[in-house]
Design a protein around this ligand. Structure first.
Ligand code: KQY
Length: 376
């Protein structure tokens, strides 16, 4: 049972914990739309099954699958993975699922953001998106969590938190007129503070070039632990990623988190540059209103788009030239966790990656409230 609450998480003493804190499990959705995934989504389905299997080595995984795909998904997913029937428009549960919040007494609730397929009729990636809009509510119902309906168009991939009062976002995404055209930066900050329980919002500028989500933070930078951030990086000044990462680094080095700490920033090498091949583009069935996949288009590839599971890091394998270095860096950054790679080219072809395809459910347990007191 799930009630919709009129208040906000912050007013009720709830906040979003860091992804690095213990999880009860992980949710995913099953890819199937042929206008986004090549060859009737079969290569992407195999990649998602491998991702679910990798995560289920660390924590329980549930996959939401449409009725027509149920038998097929059940056959491809390992027996540890729980499969539930759930309609959706595409499989990006990071963005369409709930953002879970917790309180100091071990309770868990969920924030249901408004969703407009990354831009609505002004640059959105497909139409309609009404089934996606219901996913957060359905997940909260199945998890038995009460729901906050946030009055903000937002996506889980557009926010990272350290669990100690700090949020990380990009201007390109959250100030984009195709999300909340009537809200100014101060209004958006106010909503983030009210729904994430943070007291400090750090604004980076642009996201990874060619990212079709309008620059989600979850492809550019993430917390390694409070006070430490990983940032995708290239030294190649001719690559558009260089100026974006340089600007992000400058802003991070100037910033302080909710506890007044300066950040230690770790660079993760950028894969590629990678682009869609002719054969890959030819396997997608174009459909009016859905973003076209064209041969030669650059892909927004980044190792930052990993999932932090209990005791593990599940990272995308994207480029043989850089995978080993990226894995070694992640091992150094997360000494207590096992770093596991999953083949992720097929996921990238759909416009996102491992982090975008997953949504953690925080474990229930008593926690310390973040220091900086966010205003309700
Ligand atoms: O970055 C994400 N969180 C989602 C990527 C969505 C891509 C849609 N084609």
């Amino acid at each position: 049972m799930s009630r919709t609450l009129e208040s906000t998480p912050t007013a009720d003493g709830f906040w979003m914990p860091s992804e690095l804190e213990p999880h009860a499990g992980c949710w995913m959705l099953w890819p199937e739309r042929p206008d986004n995934w090549r060859e009737a989504a079969q290569p992407a389905q195999r990649a998602c099954a491998a991702l679910a299997a990798a995560i289920s080595r660390f924590e329980p995984v549930t996959v939401g699958v449409s009725a027509p795909q149920f038998d097929h998904a059940r056959a491809l997913l390992t027996h540890e993975v729980r499969v539930v029937e759930m309609s959706h428009d595409d499989c990006w549960i990071r963005d369409v699922g709930p953002t879970f919040v917790v309180n100091a007494y071990g309770d868990r609730r969920g924030v249901d953001w408004r969703f407009n397929a990354w831009g609505g009729l002004d640059g959105g990636l497909y139409f309609p998106w009404d089934q996606d809009e219901r996913v957060a509510r359905k997940v909260l119902e199945l998890e038995g969590c009460d729901r906050y309906a946030a009055p903000l168009v937002n996506e889980g991939g557009a926010i990272h938190v350290d669990g100690e009062g700090t949020a990380l976002v990009t201007e390109e995404c959250l100030l984009n007129p195709n999300r909340n055209p009537r809200l100014r930066r101060a209004d958006i900050e106010r909503h983030l503070k009210a729904y994430l329980g943070v007291s400090v919002v750090i604004w980076l500028g642009k996201g990874v070039p060619y990212d079709e989500t309008s620059g989600h933070i979850d492809n550019l930078a993430c917390f390694v632990r409070p006070g430490e951030i990983a940032l995708t990086w290239t030294d190649d000044r001719r690559d558009p990623q260089h100026a974006v990462s340089r600007d992000a680094l400058d802003r991070l080095l100037d910033a302080r988190d909710a506890r007044g700490r300066r950040f230690n920033v770790h660079k993760l090498p950028m894969p590629g540059p990678l682009a869609i091949t002719r054969k890959e583009a030819a396997g997608v069935v174009p459909h009016q209103g859905t973003k076209r996949r064209r041969a030669g288009d650059r892909l927004a590839a980044s190792y930052i788009n990993f999932y932090a599971a209990n005791d593990g890091i599940v990272m995308p394998l994207l480029d043989r030239r850089t995978d080993r270095t990226a894995a070694a860096r992640l091992r150094r950054l997360f000494p207590g966790r096992r770093v596991v790679g999953v083949p992720a080219r097929e996921l990238l072809l759909g416009g996102g990656n491992v982090h975008c395809l997953t949504q953690q459910v925080p474990a229930i347990g008593k926690r310390r409230r973040p220091a900086g007191r966010a205003r309700a």
